[in-house]
Unconditional design. Sequence first.
Length: 177
Amino acid sequence: MATVLYPGSFDPLHLGHIDVIEQSVALFGKVIVGVMHNPTKPSGMFSLAQRKDMIRASISYLPSVKVMAFEGLAVDAVKQVKAAFIVKGLRTGGDFEVEQQMAHTNHAVSGVRTVYLPCKPALVSISSRFIREIAQYGGDVTSLVPAPVAAELAKLFPGTPLPATRAASPEPAPEHL
């Protein structure tokens, strides 16, 4: 089994991210979720520590997944954790264009390869940006994010629905993909 790095800002983590993490575990074994921080950009909705905590709480049923924070380039993080590949999720053709350019650049400067994993069709419309916007206006995002994330959004934006009890325990990882 290989170790892979799944980098992103995860601000916040959503079910599309969870799908890519679960697929990565099934295919490679060990996954490092790399919460990336770019000091030249605004910090985002949640702090780096909050994002890491929400991810850990959301994937606690996946013991081979580790959550780490990194500054700088994803290729440097790959080298630091000795990962075999970068994993990126794809939702649309637009994602492919952006990710393909990044993958070629990463390979050119470091030799690191990127593996693309398409998310489930039911999850292609989910984005962190939309989740942030919906939550800010008190909308219900509980069907788009894991329960720990929904709970944190409800704390940040009073009036945002809390996760139902059934959503608090994650579904087991799929046996097959």
